[in-house]
Design a protein around this ligand. Structure first.
Ligand code: PGA
Length: 239
């Protein structure tokens, strides 16, 4: 694993955007795995700005998002489809038919088949949950898991309630790429920011590889770049 610790969320976002842009410049037809949540918002803003300035085109890129709440359509303001539209897709030249979510006919291993047919994910962007989840692969998820419907952990429902008017509106189920699906990406960029992620980051990078901390599996991937800010690095012992 390659580890880069940045001084701030802004520096982290900028650095991540540089890496993603380099991937697209090297291979304009790249297949990107995309994440939602607070963490990649700054990255997407930088990519949108690069596109606006004429420095980056995503016209050849294909995308597969990590997950989507079960039952939320693109019209729902808290769906991840709406999130991507708001933060990235609405600002760049990505073709809508080249963007994919695990919805409709793609709610299970058909999603993995679609990823394979597109050539496999070149670069997967990942956040990490406070409980160590990746995508919505909650603690206890099998390392062999494929794209499937899952129940969300109580902590995840609580963490995500900040995006909804009422906690009772947070869906309890989602469809997520599996851990084995994620591990097939050629390169992975794991991003984390803030003290609330420090414990999960330390366990993922320095703890035992175990299904109770899903992100720990990344220790077994051959090309992971971990980009975190100083707060998220606070519990690491070997810096
Ligand atoms: P966050 O979520 O970026 O909103 O903190 C990350 C995750 O749960 O994977």
């Amino acid at each position: 694993m390659k580890l880069t610790v940045l001084t701030s969320y802004e520096a982290l976002s900028k650095h991540a955007a540089t890496l993603v842009a380099a991937q697209i410049h090297a291979k304009p037809g790249s297949v990107l795995g995309l994440a939602t949540g607070s963490t990649p918002v700054g990255l997407y803003a930088h990519l949108a700005a690069m596109h606006k300035s004429g420095a980056l085109s995503l016209a050849g890129v294909t995308t597969f998002n990590l997950d989507e709440y079960e039952g939320l359509t693109a019209e729902h303001s808290q769906s991840y489809q709406a999130f991507m539209q708001q933060h990235l897709f609405g600002h760049v030249d990505l073709a809508p038919e080249k963007t994919h979510f695990p919805v409709g006919e793609l709610v299970s291993t058909a999603y993995d088949d679609a990823i394979r047919q597109a050539g496999g994910i070149d670069l997967q962007i990942l956040g990490i949950g406070g409980n160590g989840h990746i995508g919505f692969n909650e603690p206890g998820s099998s390392f062999d898991s494929r794209t499937r419907a899952v129940n969300l952990a109580a902590r995840t429902i609580q963490d995500n309630s900040r995006f909804f008017a009422q906690a009772s509106e947070v869906p309890h189920r989602a469809v997520t790429m599996g851990i084995a699906t994620i591990m097939e990406a050629r390169r992975i960029l794991l991003m984390a920011s803030g003290k609330q992620k420090a414990g999960a980051v330390a366990h993922a990078l320095e703890g035992p590889v175990h299904e109770r901390l899903p992100a720990s599996i990344l220790q077994r991937h051959s090309d992971v770049h971990v980009l975190i800010d100083e707060d998220a690095a606070a519990a690491l012992k070997h810096l």
